[in-house]
Design a protein around this ligand. Structure first.
Ligand SMILES: NC(=O)c1ccc[n+]([C@@H]2O[C@H](COP(=O)([O-])OP(=O)(O)OC[C@H]3O[C@@H](n4cnc5c(N)ncnc54)[C@H](O)[C@@H]3O)[C@@H](O)[C@H]2O)c1
Length: 448
């Protein structure tokens, strides 16, 4: 895409020249190596939103705690299949909350406006559809669905319901992702041609070997209900508490982790997704009976669209990585790159690239004289960092959800967006297990 086209493209995105200039003349006139990002619009609650939690385990509890940090929210009920989690919910949020192991009892309550769905992946679709059709707003953890066959059912139920449905890849609501989206649209790294991301871990918990409670038994776990939408098997606490390791319930490394990177990347690039998907990997170390790899690489082809030029994406996830504990997303363009985190973006520009026509045009827009006189040059590397006290992506994600509920508005990570992020992640598993490339139509959201 040439510079002229890029400008038309920026206009098409609705970024009027004035707002681009007002956005701080993002890089061309930026002389500081660090710029602090602010959240400018605190939301004022007008109505209490009554919440119920379905799936009160690790993330469901974190979601609920974060949601309740917002004024005007109240937890009225919790549902889980393990008794210990319901006891813990009452200890945490008070004896008055209603608890049950049957999520339908939650959905039939008139005092519940909205549900948070924090169950394992194989329950996301059915609980989401039932919640929407029962007239509840919903926040469903990622990946939105367990298989690509389920995506359209959630989208249809959402359209029918008129309710707000948001998926829980919280990173895209962060200051860092918003800044990256703005910088890319302004041409800060030129034309995108490549992106890469990875997750590196090396610990039992990081590799999903969670502790099994001592009292785990058919008396404390509603095993029958857990399996009621999948293959029947005798009680197995590993399949319940370490569900990520098994394909009936989890979605492997890609469904668990790649999906976050797809969500952020699609938000930043305004992409609908790749058309070609391939994955390779293996079970190298955590041979504990799991059915999914512990090292996974994915490669993806994003064709040119109205929103972006064609580019390639490479993702990897390694649970036996000696460097451990790192995650990153890098977006590479013809004039530089961005390392994108939720609270920080590091923009690197090629040496001398401020002399490009686009940068000159930006300087002119910002009211700077363009002359042959030598000038002060900005740094090649600029860090944009969230201000101290930033409450984070998860807090912002819930702010967006609650705001949409209160105002009848919409969210970015709705079921269409959520499915477009989940599908390439889920199709990595299909590619890996079927040993083949998968062709995907991201517009129609269908395997081709
Ligand atoms: N957004 C994030 O950063 C993030 C982080 C971790 C997990 N997650 C997602 O959150 C979800 C839960 O993961 P987790 O780590 O909290 O798992 P977890 O095992 O700690 O919790 C899942 C809970 O769901 C309960 N459950 C299972 N089936 C149920 C059903 N039919 N009805 C009601 N409760 C049911 C289980 O008893 C368990 O307490 C997953 O989809 C995961 O991908 C998201």
């Amino acid at each position: 895409m040439g510079d002229k086209n890029r400008r038309q493209f920026i206009k098409k995105l609705g970024l009027a020249t004035a707002s681009v200039a007002a956005a701080g003349s993002a890089f061309s006139t930026e002389n500081r190596a660090i710029t602090y990002l602010k959240r400018a619009n605190p939301l004022t609650p007008s109505k209490t939103v009554n919440i119920a939690l379905i799936g009160a385990g690790g993330m469901g509890v974190e979601d609920t705690k974060t949601c309740l940090q917002h004024e005007g929210t109240r937890l009225v009920a919790a549902c889980d299949l393990y008794k210990g989690r319901l006891t813990a919910a009452k200890e945490r949020w008070g004896n008055d909350i209603f608890t049950t192991s049957d999520y339908k009892e939650i959905l039939s309550r008139k005092d519940v406006d909205a549900v948070i769905i924090g169950t394992p992946d194989h329950w996301h679709k059915q609980i989401s559809v039932d919640a929407l059709l029962a007239g509840k707003h919903a926040y469903c953890e990622k990946p939105m669905v367990h298989s690509v066959k389920e995506g359209h059912e959630v989208i249809n139920a959402w359209k029918k319901s008129g309710k707000v449905f948001m998926v829980g890849s919280q990173g895209l609501s962060s200051l860092g992702n918003e800044k990256a989206q703005q910088l890319l649209a302004e041409g800060a790294i030129g034309d995108i041609n490549y992106a890469e991301g990875f997750w590196a871990r090396h610990s039992p918990t990081g590799a999903w070997q969670y502790p099994i409670p001592e009292d785990a038994s058919p008396e404390t776990v509603d095993w029958k209900r857990y399996l009621s939408n999948t293959t029947q098997r005798p009680f197995d606490p590993l399949r319940f508490f370490r569900w990520r390791n098994y394909r009936d319930y989890g979605t492997g490394m890609s469904g668990d982790l790649f999906v976050h990177l797809f969500s952020s990347l699609h938000f930043i690039t305004r992409s609908m997704g790749p058309t070609k998907i391939s994955a390779m990997g293996g079970l190298r170390y955590w041979k504990d009976g799991r059915e999914v790899p512990d090292v996974l690489l994915g490669m993806f082809d994003y064709p040119e669209t109205e929103a972006h030029p064609g580019f390639n994406l490479s993702l990897r996830c390694n649970f036996v990585d000696g460097t451990s504990g790192t995650t990153y997303l890098r977006i590479v363009g013809s004039k530089g790159s961005m390392d994108v985190k939720w609270e920080e973006v590091v923009l690197k520009r090629n040496s001398g690239s401020d002399e490009d026509d686009f940068a000159k045009a930006k300087a002119k827009e910002a009211g700077e004289m363009v002359s042959s006189r030598k000038k002060m040059v900005p740094p090649n590397e600029i860090s944009y960092k969230a201000e101290d006290g930033y409450l984070g992506a998860h807090y912002d994600h819930f702010a967006n959800w609650l705001n949409a509920i209160r105002t009848g508005g919409s969210v970015v990570e709705d079921p269409v967006f959520g499915f477009r992020a989940a599908a390439p992640a889920l199709l990595c598993n299909d590619s890996y297990f079927q040993n083949t490339f998968i062709n995907w139509d991201p517009v129609e959201m269908k395997v081709r």
